[in-house]
Ligand binder design. Structure first.
Ligand code: XMP
Length: 537
């Protein structure tokens, strides 16, 4: 998938993978030779915010059109095909945004025979007859599609058939069957386009001849094989956080190299309720992984004493985590040395594919190591093992289930590295952590009971640094409020506050006040991101 800066670039790649076809994202300036070297069965050109008329418009290396590989252009990608191959794209001033009815057109009425096939006076060649393969699963007349474009293709390039139109876009789909170059002005990757996935699958299977081999079994096999050949017989360390990424990475590496793996779980005292026990249960008892469980809450509370600045908190926690991890690693190395063996040489990280793309690796083919998980420093003397670096989060979750990880770990909502500390405004003390942890457990339990846990990106409790007056029984209280924070989001870059049902809010509020000591009021955060952030610190 060639990325032209589309809002939906990752979504297109995920949709292709949902069809069990492997896809990776490359930047638009990719050279034809690099593409050809990777032997793709097909190329998708994404949409993007540019206009083909802008001087800085990102272009496709024209040699890619000549490589004999089927191409599907989406939105800007389709306009680029039109403009680079001799058609016409216009700024009509009549953009189309949102759902639009699309009408299918059946050649040969709309054929523009190419010059090399005899020009417009000649009979249409037989393979120009009949409806488009792309729309084979669509209703005869057409269906609704999702549009988002300002420019419009006004004229298809020579050799192309126009296979669909909408009220505002006379050329909503076009194709050159001989060259196997296709373009659609709409977005087949979004759910608002009926039959969008069908269209992508027709392109993949009927036009590119792809095979649906990107299955869990194959992914696990390939990933474990890659880990085995990378680490050989060396020892491997993995820092477990309790979250899904490190857990799936550890489970995969364990499947690959068994007891060469040692997992380290540092209990910072800032974890969610039951997290430590869950990690013990899953990794030590179920998977029988060699697990070092460092109970270090005291050390973390010590460095957090009197710290109220959010960034200082993060630094104090990150620094302590690293020190502890280094101590464990050097103890292991010393222990191994005493036995005449080598210490751990590799470190597992649960880096995911979006981290790789976003950290600017650009060309996914030249994937590198990314020290972004667990906050471990660059100068640690380990080589990295990143078995999930080709996977999207939903794929990592599916793999986790396949590997036998419990649902609670696989579907756990994201949790910040510094843990509950960034949900406590002001000083982090054991007492205040106990309050926010207990309140958080109630929020999670009630959200799960309401069947919303997977739907929400995050839902948790926050403890501000104020107290207010209340009355409980016959007594005046002066205690903390707890703020409920629940958001929906696709990627945490933006988020919307979740419209939780009043009855659910009432249950959470009643339980927090009734069950958590030190709280006399519950409030709801109704701020989206931006302008707020998801966490309070
Ligand atoms: P914000 O609060 O910036 O959070 O909207 C966006 C996402 O990132 C998570 N988050 C963190 N994750 N270390 C982490 O590993 C951190 O210091 C950190 N701060 C925020 C947050 O939970 C949300 O999913």
């Amino acid at each position: 998938m060639v990325d032209f800066g589309a809002q939906y670039a990752q979504l297109i790649a995920r949709r292709i993978r949902q069809a069990r076809v492997y896809s990776e994202i490359v930047p638009h300036h990719v050279a034809a030779a690099t593409v050809v070297e990777r032997h793709p069965v097909g190329i998708v050109l994404s949409g993007g915010p540019s206009s083909v008329h802008a001087g800085w418009a990102p272009l496709l290396d024209p040699a890619i059109y000549e490589a004999g590989i089927p191409i599907l252009g989406i939105c800007y990608g389709a306009q680029l095909i039109a403009s680079q191959l001799g058609g016409r794209v216009e700024r009509t001033g009549r953009g189309e945004y949102g759902r639009t009815p699309l009408s299918r057109l059946t050649p040969p009425d709309h054929v523009t025979p190419p010059d090399h096939l005899g020009g417009s006076d000649h009979v249409t060649p037989p393979d120009h007859l009949g409806p488009s393969l792309l729309f084979a699963d669509w209703p005869e007349g057409g269906s609704d599609v999702w549009m988002s474009h300002a420019d419009s293709i006004a004229e298809a390039p020579p050799g192309f058939l126009v296979t669909a139109s909408t009220p505002e876009a006379p050329v909503a789909a076009l194709e050159d069957r001989q060259r196997r170059v296709y373009g659609v002005q709409f977005h087949p990757e979004v759910v608002h386009t009926n039959h969008g996935q069908d269209l992508l699958e027709r392109f993949l299977f009927d036009i590119c001849g792809a095979r649906p081999t990107w299955t869990h079994t194959n992914i696990i096999e390939a990933a474990t094989e890659a880990v085995r050949s990378q680490v050989g017989s060396a020892r491997v360390l993995c820092a477990l956080s309790g979250g899904v990424d490190s857990a799936v990475a550890a489970a995969l590496v364990h499947k690959a190299v068994g007891d060469q793996l040692t997992c380290v779980f540092v209990d910072t005292g800032l974890m969610r309720e039951g997290e430590g026990l869950q990690v013990e249960e899953t990794f030590r008892r179920q998977f029988q992984v060699d697990l070092v469980h460092v109970k270090a809450a005291d050390r973390f509370f010590e460095v957090l004493e009197g710290v109220t600045d959010p960034e200082e908190k993060r630094k104090a926690i990150g620094g302590t985590f690293i020190r502890i991890f280094e101590e464990v690693a050097s103890e292991m190395a010393a222990g191994a040395e005493a036995l005449g063996a080598a210490g751990p040489r590799y470190l597992v990280q649960g880096t995911l594919y979006p981290d790789v793309i976003e950290s600017g690796a650009g060309d996914a083919a030249t994937i590198k190591s990314h020290h972004n998980v667990g906050g471990l420093p660059d100068d640690m003397d380990f080589e990295l093992v990143e078995p999930l670096a080709w996977l999207f989060k939903d794929e990592a979750r599916e793999l986790g289930e396949e590997l036998g990880l419990p649902e609670e770990i696989v579907w756990r909502q994201p949790f910040p590295g510094p843990g509950l500390a960034v949900r406590i405004v002001g000083e982090v003390t054991p007492e205040r952590v106990a309050i926010v942890r207990a309140a958080d457990a109630i929020v999670i339990e009630e959200v799960k009971r309401a069947g919303l846990y997977r739907e929400l990106w995050q839902s948790f409790a926050v403890l501000p640094a104020v107290r207010s007056v209340g009355v409980m029984g016959d007594e005046r209280t002066y205690a903390y409020p707890v703020v409920i924070r629940a958001v929906t989001s696709e990627d945490a870059m933006t988020a919307d506050w979740a419209r939780l049902d009043y009855d659910l809010l009432e249950r959470i509020s009643r339980r927090i006040i009734g069950e958590v000591d030190g709280v006399n009021r519950v409030a709801l955060d109704i701020t989206s991101k931006p302008p707020g952030t998801i966490e309070w610190e």
